[in-house]
Design a protein around this ligand. Structure first.
Ligand SMILES: [Ca+2]
Ligand SMILES: [Ca+2]
Ligand SMILES: [Ca+2]
Length: 352
């Protein structure tokens, strides 16, 4: 069986790098601190190396064997060994019944009830028992593939299950989302009218959803929260080259060597997404710059058709600036203007 062909000790050591003793190594009979064969590290006197053994997938009936000093090793005959860190001599679980499962009921299955772990029947609190996985598979537990095992304590062991790959854009297994895929879900499904879901570690995060929407279409010009006055020359409203409706925000007409802008200060709550459409008809070095609190985020120039921008803004109060930057004295080109329209910021509010 292909499963047996793999080197279990090497595989498990790779998975469980916490071991002090090497996986599957023999331990010297007198605990002098040296290892009889193989392995690099030995437990100090007064401690033993503990192993968990798993059922042999090939079902050949291998048994858990007791090695020197009463130390469990895993049967070469088919059991898989997981060597754990060194632990005190005795069973090390401190419950005094000597079965090593720590539940104190003395039956060694760790479930604390009268069910018997090891009888092949799933009962009581057991998730599985031996090769009886109670119908479960890696896939049914949300993994993509692999082999599900049962621990000696009759709980599922998933270390041979292959988890989904978060970040590949495909929702698999127990992933709720894998950006940009949200399984068709939107903020609406979470009871909100606006905003966007986020996908964090392939789990849906709805904190970007909101019932508050700040939106301006410039059909009545600039609303009072816009500040035109800080700019040397005020921005204007265009009625010809607009994205939607009859009007949009448009740069002031000024000569090369100048910068003009319009500011908007809002409360972005716990963080929000800034959305608008922009257009540039200018020399490539005469740009529409987007600034947040004085820091340039984006610059667009040349002949750019109406294009949507969406970008995250962190929480709190921030000033957004749209500026027409003609600072470099280049020869003007196109219509010599930049514009924006259809501004929409779910979750942002006007500062009273
Ligand atoms: Ca059982
Ligand atoms: Ca995925
Ligand atoms: Ca408009």
């Amino acid at each position: 069986m292909t499963f047996r062909a793999m080197p279990p000790a090497a595989l498990l050591c790779g998975v469980f790098s916490l071991t002090l003793g090497g996986c599957g190594e023999s331990v010297d009979a007198t605990d002098t601190g040296t290892t009889e064969t193989g392995g690099a590290t030995e437990c100090v006197p007064g401690q033993q190396q503990g192993c968990d053994c798993y059922d042999d997938p090939s079902g050949d009936g291998g048994i858990m064997r007791t090695g020197e000093n009463g130390i469990m090793t895993c049967d070469e005959d088919g059991y898989w060994g997981e060597c754990m860190m060194c632990q005190p001599l005795g069973d090390g679980d401190g419950d005094g019944d000597g079965d090593g499962d720590g539940d104190g009921d003395g039956d060694g299955d760790g479930d604390g009830d009268d069910s018997v772990c090891g009888d092949g029947t799933v009962e009581g609190a057991e998730e599985c028992d031996g090769s009886n996985l109670n119908g479960a598979t890696c896939e049914s537990l949300g993994y993509v593939s692999g082999m599900l095992l049962c621990t000696p304590q009759c709980t599922y062991e998933t270390f041979l299950c292959v988890p989904p790959t978060c970040g590949d854009g495909i929702i698999e297994g127990f992933e709720e989302c894998d950006a940009p895929e949200f399984n068709g879900l939107t903020c609406d499904d979470y009871g909100y009218m606006f905003g966007n879901l986020a996908c964090i570690d392939c789990t849906i995060e709805s904190s970007g959803c909101t019932d508050t929407l700040y939106a301006v279409d410039f059909e009545v010009g600039y609303t009072p929260e816009f500040d035109l006055t800080a700019s040397p020359v005020w921005w204007t409203i265009d009625t010809i080259d607009v994205y939607e409706g009859l009007r949009c925000a448009k740069s002031a007409f000024t000569p090369s060597g100048t910068i003009t802008f319009v500011d908007l200060t809002l409360d972005f709550g716990g963080g929000a997404t800034l959305n608008f459409w922009y257009r540039t008809s200018s020399a490539t070095t005469h740009t529409l710059d987007l600034l947040i609190d004085g820091v340039v985020q984006e610059s667009w120039g040349g002949d750019t058709p109406w294009t949507q921008y969406s970008g995250a803004v962190s929480g709190g109060v921030h000033t957004i600036r749209w500026q027409y930057n003609k600072e470099d004295f280049a020869t003007v080109s196109g219509g010599d203007y930049v514009s924006f329209d259809a501004l929409s910021i779910p979750g942002a509010t006007i500062i009273p």
